[in-house]
Structures are given as C-alpha cells and as structure tokens.
Design a protein around this ligand. Structure first.
Ligand code: PRP
Ligand code: MG
Length: 226
C-alpha cells in the first residue's frame, strides 16, 4: 500500500451521547480501529479510513469546511451549527448521506412544574437556558413570540432552580433529567436522530470508492438492528 493512497476521514464524537453507538456501528461495519488510546486521529487498519474524534459541536463545521469527508452527528447539533454558520456567513452546506437508527431524542422547552402553561403564547418574554439558541430563536420566530436566552453547554436543567432562567430548551430522551430537576416538558421543538453527513463537494473517485464499500455495510448493520 503506498503512503499517498487517499484515506476517507470520518469525524465522530469522542465522548458523549452518541460515541458508544457510533463506535459499535463502525465496528459492526468491519472497521478495525483502536479507540481505547488517546489518539484523536485513529487509523483504521483494514480500510483506507481515518476516524477523527472530536466534540460533537465541532463535527458539522469540520465536514462543511471539508476537513473531514464525513461525520456522524446528531441532527440537533447539525441544525444548530448550520443555522449559526449561515448567520455568520460561513459555509453551511452538507449532504445527509443517511439517517442512522440511534441517538433518538427531542429538543424541548420545559418549565418548572408549578408554571401555569397555557400554550406557547404564555412563554412570551421569558428567558430560557439552552445549548441551542438558534433552534430556540427559530421556534420563537415561527410562533410569534419573543424569548431571551442564556447559553449553557451542559447541566441546562439546573438553570431555573438557581434563578438563571425561567425555563429551559434542551434535549430530552427518557425525561428522567427533567423529572429529577422539577421540570415539565411543554413543547417539542425539534426531533433528532444521528445522521451520517458528508461534505457537499464531489468526492475524489478513490474516496467515493471507499464510501461505496462502507455505505452498504452501514445500511446492512441498521437493517440487522431493526
Ligand atoms: C443530556 C441532555 C439532557 C439529558 C436527557 O445531558 O442534555 O440533559 O441528557 O436525557 P434524559 O431525558 O434521558 O434524562 P447529558 O447527561 O449528556 O449531560 P450534559 O447536558 O451535562 O452534557
Ligand atoms: Mg444535559
């Protein structure tokens, strides 16, 4: 194998909600890679593929800018990044190569249990803690309300209790975190799963060939799981 042979570069979440399922998927596709060490660019030994392990919020940009050919990322993170980059006049185009059957969750608005919720209009003028200000803004705009936000990158559910915000806009999976923090879900604003995305530029033929081998395997693994 010559050293100049092109390698397909895939971005995945290093740790967090999607990392375990992503690792399992790549493994079931037959990719041999060692993700136990601290190497952040992991070399697949039996295919011309490198896996770059990063923060999930960095994945959309890495793919949109062409640093990585492909990425496995939650639709919530992807949509937030695309809206933000569009606003900043940065590249925000991508292709959703395939939806994946893991990482299901929803982005919801939640309020303290004692809040008297009378429909979306009762949220007008309130302040929400969130990691997803763009998705929150779009929802507010589409529903004719004004909301304020404060940015938290994690532990968002703590915000109302400590007086940082009136409510939250955050991911809900089982609902256990909401419940444990005295919050109730009042509106779902975005539904999400993980997706395989790709840079919109045409791949070099050699890289396309690698993808043509990988993609049916991914689809096969998903079918087997159904
Ligand atoms: C995620 C998400 C919610 C929670 C939802 O947080 O931000 O807080 O999981 O899951 P649940 O509905 O099943 O309780 P995570 O635990 O990843 O921590 P972080 O927000 O502090 O990053
Ligand atoms: Mg959380």
């Amino acid at each position: 194998m010559s050293t100049s042979e092109p390698r397909l570069r895939i971005a995945m979440q290093k740790s967090g909600r999607l990392s375990e399922d992503t690792q399992k998927l790549l493994k079931r596709c037959g990719l041999k890679l060692n993700l136990s060490d601290r190497r952040l660019l992991a070399h697949v030994s039996n295919m011309p593929i490198d896996v770059m392990r990063v923060r999930s919020s960095d994945i959309p940009g890495l793919v949109m800018d062409g640093v990585c050919d492909l990425g496995i990322v939650g639709d919530n993170t992807l949509e937030e990044a695309a809206l933000e980059r569009e606003l900043m006049e940065q590249k925000f185009a991508y292709i959703k190569t395939t939806a994946l059957n893991f990482g299901g969750c929803r982005l919801s608005l939640a309020m303290p249990e004692e809040f008297d919720y009378q429909g979306i209009k009762s949220l007008d003028g309130l302040r929400f803690a969130t990691t997803y200000p763009q998705l929150l803004n779009r929802f507010a705009r589409n529903n004719g309300i004004n909301v304020d936000f404060c940015l938290l990158k994690g532990s968002v559910e703590v915000a109302p209790r400590v007086g940082l915000s009136d409510g939250i806009c955050d991911l809900v999976s089982t609902g256990a975190t909401l419940e444990a923090n005295g919050l109730k879900e009042v509106a779902v604003i975005f539904k999400s799963t993980a997706s395989l995305i790709q840079n919109p530029a045409v791949l070099a033929p050699a890289k396309q060939k690698i993808l043509d081998t990988l993609l049916p395997r991914i689809q096969g693994v998903m079918k087997a799981k159904e």
